[in-house]
Write a protein that binds this ligand. Structure first.
Ligand SMILES: [Fe+2]
Length: 345
Protein backbone atom coordinates (compact mmCIF):
# COMPACT_ATOMS: atom_id res chain seq x y z
CA UNK A 1 0.00 0.00 0.00
CA UNK A 2 1.28 3.40 -0.85
CA UNK A 3 -1.56 5.53 0.46
CA UNK A 4 0.75 6.97 3.07
CA UNK A 5 3.37 7.91 0.54
CA UNK A 6 3.99 11.32 -0.76
CA UNK A 7 6.54 12.80 -3.03
CA UNK A 8 8.46 14.64 -0.38
CA UNK A 9 5.75 16.96 0.81
CA UNK A 10 6.90 20.47 1.40
CA UNK A 11 9.71 20.45 -1.10
CA UNK A 12 11.13 23.81 -1.85
CA UNK A 13 11.41 23.29 -5.58
CA UNK A 14 14.25 25.68 -6.10
CA UNK A 15 16.61 26.51 -3.31
CA UNK A 16 17.79 30.00 -2.83
CA UNK A 17 21.41 30.27 -3.69
CA UNK A 18 22.31 33.68 -2.54
CA UNK A 19 25.27 32.46 -0.56
CA UNK A 20 28.43 31.84 -2.48
CA UNK A 21 31.61 30.31 -1.28
CA UNK A 22 34.84 29.96 -3.13
CA UNK A 23 36.22 26.48 -2.76
CA UNK A 24 39.93 26.02 -3.01
CA UNK A 25 40.89 25.65 -6.63
CA UNK A 26 37.42 24.68 -7.74
CA UNK A 27 35.79 27.87 -8.81
CA UNK A 28 32.75 29.50 -7.36
CA UNK A 29 29.92 27.25 -6.37
CA UNK A 30 26.63 28.03 -4.79
CA UNK A 31 25.63 26.86 -1.39
CA UNK A 32 22.40 27.00 0.51
CA UNK A 33 22.32 28.26 4.04
CA UNK A 34 21.78 24.67 5.08
CA UNK A 35 25.21 23.64 3.92
CA UNK A 36 26.84 26.27 6.04
CA UNK A 37 25.13 25.24 9.23
CA UNK A 38 28.31 23.71 10.64
CA UNK A 39 29.20 27.18 11.81
CA UNK A 40 26.44 27.28 14.35
CA UNK A 41 25.15 24.83 16.85
CA UNK A 42 21.44 24.41 17.18
CA UNK A 43 19.62 23.15 20.19
CA UNK A 44 17.42 20.18 19.51
CA UNK A 45 14.52 19.40 21.75
CA UNK A 46 16.14 21.30 24.59
CA UNK A 47 18.51 18.47 25.34
CA UNK A 48 21.32 18.32 22.85
CA UNK A 49 23.22 20.41 20.37
CA UNK A 50 23.14 18.70 17.01
CA UNK A 51 24.89 20.30 14.08
CA UNK A 52 23.92 19.77 10.45
CA UNK A 53 26.15 17.37 8.58
CA UNK A 54 26.74 16.42 4.98
CA UNK A 55 27.07 13.08 3.30
CA UNK A 56 28.03 12.57 -0.33
CA UNK A 57 26.35 9.94 -2.49
CA UNK A 58 28.39 8.67 -5.42
CA UNK A 59 26.00 7.26 -8.05
CA UNK A 60 27.06 4.44 -10.41
CA UNK A 61 30.69 4.98 -11.37
CA UNK A 62 30.87 2.05 -13.77
CA UNK A 63 31.71 4.03 -16.92
CA UNK A 64 34.22 6.23 -15.12
CA UNK A 65 36.11 3.14 -13.98
CA UNK A 66 35.95 1.77 -17.51
CA UNK A 67 36.72 4.82 -19.65
CA UNK A 68 36.79 8.07 -17.67
CA UNK A 69 38.85 7.44 -14.54
CA UNK A 70 39.86 11.10 -14.38
CA UNK A 71 36.20 12.02 -13.75
CA UNK A 72 35.94 9.54 -10.87
CA UNK A 73 39.13 10.99 -9.43
CA UNK A 74 37.79 14.53 -9.91
CA UNK A 75 34.86 13.52 -7.70
CA UNK A 76 36.98 12.08 -4.92
CA UNK A 77 39.49 14.93 -5.03
CA UNK A 78 36.62 17.41 -4.74
CA UNK A 79 35.28 15.53 -1.71
CA UNK A 80 38.74 15.57 -0.16
CA UNK A 81 39.26 19.26 -0.86
CA UNK A 82 35.84 20.27 0.47
CA UNK A 83 35.59 17.98 3.46
CA UNK A 84 36.09 20.76 5.94
CA UNK A 85 34.19 23.48 4.10
CA UNK A 86 31.10 21.30 3.76
CA UNK A 87 31.65 19.30 6.97
CA UNK A 88 31.44 16.06 4.98
CA UNK A 89 30.76 13.25 7.42
CA UNK A 90 30.88 10.23 5.15
CA UNK A 91 30.55 9.04 1.55
CA UNK A 92 28.21 6.35 0.24
CA UNK A 93 28.89 4.69 -3.11
CA UNK A 94 25.62 3.42 -4.57
CA UNK A 95 27.11 0.41 -6.40
CA UNK A 96 28.20 -0.58 -9.89
CA UNK A 97 31.69 0.52 -9.04
CA UNK A 98 32.84 -1.05 -12.32
CA UNK A 99 31.19 -1.83 -15.65
CA UNK A 100 32.59 -5.17 -16.79
CA UNK A 101 34.17 -6.32 -13.54
CA UNK A 102 37.53 -6.11 -15.34
CA UNK A 103 40.72 -5.96 -13.33
CA UNK A 104 41.76 -2.71 -15.00
CA UNK A 105 38.46 -1.10 -14.02
CA UNK A 106 38.96 -2.19 -10.41
CA UNK A 107 42.46 -0.72 -10.48
CA UNK A 108 41.02 2.58 -11.66
CA UNK A 109 38.29 2.53 -9.03
CA UNK A 110 40.73 1.74 -6.28
CA UNK A 111 43.01 4.57 -7.39
CA UNK A 112 40.14 7.07 -7.40
CA UNK A 113 38.78 5.94 -4.04
CA UNK A 114 42.23 5.82 -2.44
CA UNK A 115 42.15 9.62 -2.58
CA UNK A 116 39.70 9.44 0.34
CA UNK A 117 41.73 7.02 2.43
CA UNK A 118 42.20 8.47 5.87
CA UNK A 119 40.17 11.54 4.85
CA UNK A 120 36.54 10.52 5.15
CA UNK A 121 34.78 7.15 5.60
CA UNK A 122 33.52 5.58 2.37
CA UNK A 123 30.71 3.00 2.56
CA UNK A 124 30.72 0.92 -0.62
CA UNK A 125 27.83 -0.90 -2.24
CA UNK A 126 28.27 -3.50 -4.94
CA UNK A 127 26.07 -3.61 -8.05
CA UNK A 128 25.21 -6.16 -10.65
CA UNK A 129 28.04 -4.92 -12.87
CA UNK A 130 30.55 -5.72 -10.15
CA UNK A 131 29.91 -9.37 -10.87
CA UNK A 132 30.86 -11.27 -14.04
CA UNK A 133 28.48 -10.98 -16.97
CA UNK A 134 26.71 -7.88 -15.61
CA UNK A 135 25.02 -9.75 -12.84
CA UNK A 136 25.89 -13.40 -12.75
CA UNK A 137 25.54 -15.42 -9.60
CA UNK A 138 27.00 -13.15 -6.94
CA UNK A 139 30.65 -13.65 -7.81
CA UNK A 140 32.63 -10.76 -6.37
CA UNK A 141 36.16 -12.05 -6.78
CA UNK A 142 37.68 -8.78 -7.92
CA UNK A 143 35.79 -6.79 -5.32
CA UNK A 144 37.24 -9.02 -2.63
CA UNK A 145 40.72 -8.51 -4.08
CA UNK A 146 40.56 -4.73 -4.31
CA UNK A 147 38.35 -3.94 -1.32
CA UNK A 148 38.91 -6.84 1.09
CA UNK A 149 37.34 -6.91 4.53
CA UNK A 150 40.85 -6.68 5.99
CA UNK A 151 41.11 -3.17 4.58
CA UNK A 152 38.23 -2.07 6.83
CA UNK A 153 37.95 -4.27 9.89
CA UNK A 154 40.34 -2.26 12.04
CA UNK A 155 38.77 1.08 11.22
CA UNK A 156 36.90 2.74 14.10
CA UNK A 157 33.71 2.93 12.04
CA UNK A 158 33.67 -0.75 11.11
CA UNK A 159 30.53 -2.40 12.45
CA UNK A 160 30.40 -5.86 10.97
CA UNK A 161 29.69 -7.92 7.86
CA UNK A 162 27.39 -10.77 6.98
CA UNK A 163 30.16 -13.01 5.69
CA UNK A 164 33.77 -12.43 4.67
CA UNK A 165 33.23 -9.53 2.27
CA UNK A 166 31.89 -6.04 2.82
CA UNK A 167 29.08 -6.27 0.25
CA UNK A 168 26.77 -6.79 3.21
CA UNK A 169 28.08 -4.57 5.98
CA UNK A 170 27.16 -2.04 8.59
CA UNK A 171 29.21 0.95 9.68
CA UNK A 172 28.86 2.88 12.92
CA UNK A 173 29.45 6.56 13.58
CA UNK A 174 28.76 9.09 16.27
CA UNK A 175 28.33 12.82 16.03
CA UNK A 176 27.17 15.29 18.65
CA UNK A 177 26.24 12.38 20.86
CA UNK A 178 23.93 10.81 18.27
CA UNK A 179 24.85 7.28 17.11
CA UNK A 180 24.45 6.58 13.40
CA UNK A 181 24.54 3.34 11.47
CA UNK A 182 24.96 2.97 7.72
CA UNK A 183 23.72 -0.35 6.36
CA UNK A 184 24.85 -1.49 2.89
CA UNK A 185 23.38 -4.61 1.29
CA UNK A 186 24.19 -6.56 -1.87
CA UNK A 187 22.32 -6.15 -5.18
CA UNK A 188 18.86 -7.70 -4.79
CA UNK A 189 19.60 -9.01 -1.30
CA UNK A 190 18.88 -12.62 -0.48
CA UNK A 191 16.33 -13.45 2.23
CA UNK A 192 19.06 -14.64 4.58
CA UNK A 193 20.89 -11.34 4.14
CA UNK A 194 17.70 -9.43 4.99
CA UNK A 195 17.25 -11.65 8.06
CA UNK A 196 20.78 -10.75 9.14
CA UNK A 197 20.16 -7.06 8.52
CA UNK A 198 16.94 -7.17 10.56
CA UNK A 199 18.88 -8.65 13.46
CA UNK A 200 21.57 -5.95 13.19
CA UNK A 201 18.93 -3.21 13.15
CA UNK A 202 17.08 -4.75 16.11
CA UNK A 203 20.36 -4.79 18.02
CA UNK A 204 20.95 -1.06 17.40
CA UNK A 205 17.65 0.63 18.26
CA UNK A 206 19.25 3.92 19.26
CA UNK A 207 21.29 4.31 16.09
CA UNK A 208 19.78 6.55 13.43
CA UNK A 209 20.08 4.58 10.21
CA UNK A 210 20.86 5.28 6.57
CA UNK A 211 20.29 2.27 4.36
CA UNK A 212 21.81 1.92 0.91
CA UNK A 213 21.69 -0.78 -1.72
CA UNK A 214 22.32 -0.64 -5.46
CA UNK A 215 18.66 -1.09 -6.51
CA UNK A 216 15.69 0.12 -4.49
CA UNK A 217 13.91 3.17 -5.98
CA UNK A 218 12.60 3.44 -9.54
CA UNK A 219 12.57 6.49 -11.80
CA UNK A 220 8.78 6.87 -11.45
CA UNK A 221 9.04 7.79 -7.76
CA UNK A 222 7.97 4.37 -6.54
CA UNK A 223 10.07 1.55 -5.17
CA UNK A 224 11.29 -1.00 -7.72
CA UNK A 225 8.62 -3.67 -7.90
CA UNK A 226 7.10 -6.37 -10.04
CA UNK A 227 7.16 -5.58 -13.76
CA UNK A 228 9.71 -2.79 -13.45
CA UNK A 229 12.59 -2.84 -15.90
CA UNK A 230 15.95 -3.71 -14.34
CA UNK A 231 14.24 -5.37 -11.37
CA UNK A 232 16.84 -7.50 -9.51
CA UNK A 233 14.58 -10.50 -9.89
CA UNK A 234 15.31 -10.45 -13.63
CA UNK A 235 19.05 -10.98 -12.99
CA UNK A 236 20.63 -14.34 -12.28
CA UNK A 237 21.12 -14.93 -8.59
CA UNK A 238 19.47 -11.73 -7.37
CA UNK A 239 16.45 -11.74 -5.14
CA UNK A 240 14.52 -9.01 -3.36
CA UNK A 241 13.53 -5.79 -5.10
CA UNK A 242 12.82 -2.40 -3.51
CA UNK A 243 9.21 -3.12 -2.64
CA UNK A 244 10.19 -6.39 -0.98
CA UNK A 245 12.97 -4.68 0.96
CA UNK A 246 10.45 -2.13 2.20
CA UNK A 247 8.04 -4.84 3.35
CA UNK A 248 10.59 -7.22 4.83
CA UNK A 249 12.94 -4.73 6.45
CA UNK A 250 12.74 -0.96 6.00
CA UNK A 251 9.18 -0.32 7.19
CA UNK A 252 9.65 -2.41 10.31
CA UNK A 253 12.39 -0.33 11.90
CA UNK A 254 11.79 2.93 13.67
CA UNK A 255 15.27 4.23 13.04
CA UNK A 256 15.77 4.10 9.23
CA UNK A 257 15.25 7.64 7.95
CA UNK A 258 17.01 7.64 4.57
CA UNK A 259 17.44 5.10 1.75
CA UNK A 260 19.84 5.73 -1.16
CA UNK A 261 20.08 3.73 -4.38
CA UNK A 262 21.23 3.86 -8.03
CA UNK A 263 21.07 1.31 -10.90
CA UNK A 264 17.85 2.44 -12.60
CA UNK A 265 18.14 4.26 -15.93
CA UNK A 266 15.44 6.32 -17.70
CA UNK A 267 16.11 9.73 -16.14
CA UNK A 268 17.86 8.08 -13.20
CA UNK A 269 16.09 10.17 -10.59
CA UNK A 270 13.29 9.45 -8.16
CA UNK A 271 12.21 10.09 -4.61
CA UNK A 272 9.48 9.00 -2.27
CA UNK A 273 8.68 9.64 1.37
CA UNK A 274 6.83 6.85 3.13
CA UNK A 275 5.74 6.38 6.74
CA UNK A 276 7.09 3.35 8.56
CA UNK A 277 5.22 1.18 11.06
CA UNK A 278 6.33 3.50 13.85
CA UNK A 279 5.00 6.67 12.29
CA UNK A 280 8.36 8.04 11.17
CA UNK A 281 9.03 9.36 7.67
CA UNK A 282 11.46 7.40 5.48
CA UNK A 283 13.00 9.31 2.58
CA UNK A 284 13.94 7.07 -0.36
CA UNK A 285 16.00 8.50 -3.18
CA UNK A 286 17.31 7.30 -6.56
CA UNK A 287 20.25 9.00 -8.28
CA UNK A 288 22.02 7.61 -11.33
CA UNK A 289 23.67 9.58 -14.13
CA UNK A 290 25.40 6.84 -16.12
CA UNK A 291 23.27 7.52 -19.21
CA UNK A 292 24.71 11.02 -19.63
CA UNK A 293 27.82 11.86 -21.70
CA UNK A 294 31.26 10.94 -20.39
CA UNK A 295 29.84 8.15 -18.24
CA UNK A 296 27.74 10.49 -16.12
CA UNK A 297 29.44 13.89 -16.28
CA UNK A 298 30.69 13.52 -12.72
CA UNK A 299 27.41 14.34 -10.97
CA UNK A 300 27.25 13.52 -7.28
CA UNK A 301 24.72 14.20 -4.55
CA UNK A 302 25.42 16.54 -1.65
CA UNK A 303 23.02 15.56 1.12
CA UNK A 304 22.83 17.77 4.17
CA UNK A 305 20.97 16.45 7.19
CA UNK A 306 19.88 19.15 9.62
CA UNK A 307 18.09 17.69 12.65
CA UNK A 308 17.49 21.05 14.33
CA UNK A 309 15.92 22.58 11.21
CA UNK A 310 14.04 19.31 10.57
CA UNK A 311 15.31 19.31 6.98
CA UNK A 312 17.23 17.22 4.52
CA UNK A 313 18.72 19.22 1.65
CA UNK A 314 19.85 17.57 -1.57
CA UNK A 315 21.96 19.24 -4.17
CA UNK A 316 23.61 17.78 -7.26
CA UNK A 317 27.04 18.96 -8.26
CA UNK A 318 29.64 17.92 -10.82
CA UNK A 319 33.24 18.60 -9.89
CA UNK A 320 34.08 17.70 -13.47
CA UNK A 321 31.83 20.39 -14.95
CA UNK A 322 32.11 22.64 -11.88
CA UNK A 323 28.41 23.37 -11.80
CA UNK A 324 25.20 22.42 -10.05
CA UNK A 325 22.15 20.75 -11.58
CA UNK A 326 19.35 22.95 -10.30
CA UNK A 327 16.15 21.40 -11.65
CA UNK A 328 13.68 20.26 -9.02
CA UNK A 329 14.64 16.60 -9.28
CA UNK A 330 18.28 17.34 -8.60
CA UNK A 331 17.99 20.10 -6.02
CA UNK A 332 15.36 20.10 -3.31
CA UNK A 333 14.66 20.43 0.38
CA UNK A 334 12.69 17.85 2.33
CA UNK A 335 10.84 19.73 5.06
CA UNK A 336 9.52 18.07 8.23
CA UNK A 337 12.04 15.34 7.56
CA UNK A 338 11.98 13.75 11.02
CA UNK A 339 9.35 13.00 13.61
CA UNK A 340 9.68 15.01 16.84
CA UNK A 341 12.44 13.69 19.06
CA UNK A 342 13.90 11.44 16.38
CA UNK A 343 17.47 12.45 17.26
CA UNK A 344 16.96 12.53 21.03
CA UNK A 345 18.26 9.03 21.61
FE1 LIG B 1 23.29 -1.60 -11.97
Amino acid sequence: MKHDDQKNAGIASRMQRRDFIKFAGLGTVALSAGLQGCASLARLGGSRDVRPFTIIALPDTQYYSKAFPHIFTAQTEWIRDNKEALDIFLVIHEGDITDNNAEEEWKNARKSLDVLDGVVPVCLNTGNHDQPGWGAERQLTHFYDFFPRSRYENLPWFGGTWQDGIENAYWKFERDGVPYLVLCLEFGPRDEVIDWANRILDAHPKHRVIFSTHCYMYSDDTRVGEGDKWNPRTYAGADNDGEELWEKMVRRHENIFLVLSGHILNDGKGRLTSTNEHGSPVHQVLANYQMLPDGGEGWLRIITIDPAANQITMKTYSPWLDRFATDEENEFVIENAFRPGFFNV
